[in-house]
Design a binder for this molecule. Structure first.
Ligand code: FAD
Length: 402
């Protein structure tokens, strides 16, 4: 494992750091006031446009599709440095991070030419319509049905948990085109205009009171066959491209979330500064420190693999699993330490931040693979333990019992 950047990586990091130091601070999300959703989106679009103009979007994509032709390690370096600021990156994570690579990998050159540049500049938003009420961890179980009608497909069904569908202009959607074959074989991927007749987007309000994700209903939605990504029945393979890019898009600690320094600061401020001297507090903080260091080193292992031209392996799942749980545990512990158990809603109370991230990290433990599913991946693909029994793998989808 390499702890140091190579000379080229160090030079690229220096260039990124200098650019961010000059541009990022004025795009940071203000800490002292809540933004309306429209204001937040405006902040996000402006930051995206500024990054795009400087060549920091699509860093590792081919130049032929509007990327920078850089290396995966440059992509990682930029994101490591960007994370140091409180920047509004979330609305573009799924679209730019996952949908666009799927679009240009499996779509025609003209499709990439039309759709990549405006999305890169933050002018058009994309969403990923994969999960359904009965297909999340078991994504290949999607039931949304597409039936061929001449040069188009007619789609009926329901998607759920679709981040930013309410703001999205376009989406990629995984549908079942052939229920008579086993579940992984009868799927097809399309891209579509989110304003197509027959699409209804219903926001879902979360514990935090916001509505970042949605239910999306399809009633006789017509998608031209020319908007198919990949071959008919090859949707599972196409979705693996999206999920591979998800590994790069999800995994790091979210910008703005509290870390061990925030917890140390809190414990130094409580009980007249004595909380930190309590041995049980010190022991708990030490446990979080060990988890943090383990994550940093595991991340370095993945980064080293990427730096040597290898693909990040399933061990990248370890980072996301530990990060999301540690974040939630840290915030929960901070709330326990506060005298009122974190009930205060006062503007200047540290409880506000820890409460927000305690609730938010619950979603992080689900998105991009739940804790249990990641443990399965680690058990089977990292540790080589026997695989889970998957009796439905070879049965035609329409013969499976619900
Ligand atoms: C913040 C957030 C944003 C999201 N954004 C999107 C999006 O933009 N587009 C999209 O398509 N989806 C999105 N999702 C959905 C996400 O991909 C799914 O929630 C996730 O895959 C889990 O699926 P599920 O919710 O159906 O839970 P289920 O798969 O039904 O799981 C329920 C429980 O069973 C456990 N479980 C399931 N299978 C196994 C197994 N084999 N072994 C052990 N335990 C198991 C799970 O761990 C979980 O605890 C988002 C989710 C969140 C939280």
């Amino acid at each position: 494992m390499d702890f140091e950047d190579s000379p080229e990586e160090a030079s690229y990091r220096g260039h990124v750091k200098a650019w961010l130091a000059e541009h990022a601070p004025r795009h940071e999300v203000p800490e002292d006031r809540a933004l309306t959703e429209n204001d937040f989106m405006e902040f996000a679009r402006t930051w995206q446009a500024s990054k795009a103009a400087a060549g920091f979007v699509g860093i590792m994509w081919p130049t032929t599709v509007g990327g920078q032709g850089g290396t995966p390690i440059q992509h990682i370096i930029f994101h490591q440095e960007e994370e140091q600021y409180r920047l509004p990156t979330v609305p573009f994570q799924v679209g730019v991070g996952m949908c666009l690579p799927t679009l240009f990998t499996h779509g025609a050159a003209e499709v990439a030419q039309r759709y990549v540049p405006p999305a890169v500049r933050g002018e058009e938003i994309w969403c990923q319509l994969f999960s359904e009420p009965a297909a999340g961890s078991d994504l290949a179980a999607v039931r949304t049905r597409a039936i061929r009608d001449g040069e188009a497909w007619v789609v009926n069904g329901q998607k759920i948990w679709t981040s930013y569908a309410h703001a999205a202009d376009f989406g990629i959607v995984l549908v079942r085109t052939d229920p008579s074959v086993p579940k992984h074989k009868g799927l097809t991927m399309f891209y579509l205009d989110m304003r197509s007749p027959g699409i209804e987007v219903r926001p879902i309000k979360t514990l935090l009171g916001d509505a970042e994700f949605n239910e999306v209903f399809f009633t006789d939605v017509r998608i031209p066959d020319s908007q198919r990504l990949g071959e008919i029945g090859e949707g599972w393979k196409v979705s693996l491209t999206t999920l591979m890019f998800e590994r790069l898009a999800v995994g790091g600690r979210p910008a703005q979330s509290p870390d061990l320094r925030s917890l140390l600061q809190l414990s130094r401020s409580l009980s007249g500064g004595d909380a930190i001297r309590d041995s049980s507090v010190a022991e708990t903080l030490a446990r979080f420190y060990v988890a943090d260091e383990g994550m940093a080193l595991t991340r370095l292992r993945s980064t080293t693999a990427v730096s040597r031209g290898q693909v990040p392996g399933p061990e990248a799942s370890i980072g996301k699993l530990v990060m999301a749980k540690t974040l939630q545990d840290m915030c929960g512990y901070a709330l326990e330490m506060l005298e009122d158990g974190g009930l205060s809603d006062a503007e200047d109370s540290p409880a506000r931040m820890f409460k927000f991230w305690y609730l938010w990290s619950a979603g992080l433990r689900i998105a991009g693979g739940t804790d249990e599913v990641l443990r399965n991946v680690i058990a089977e693909r990292v540790l080589g333990l026997p695989a889970e029994d998957r009796p439905d793998r070879n049965t035609p989808f329409n013969q499976l019992k619900a």
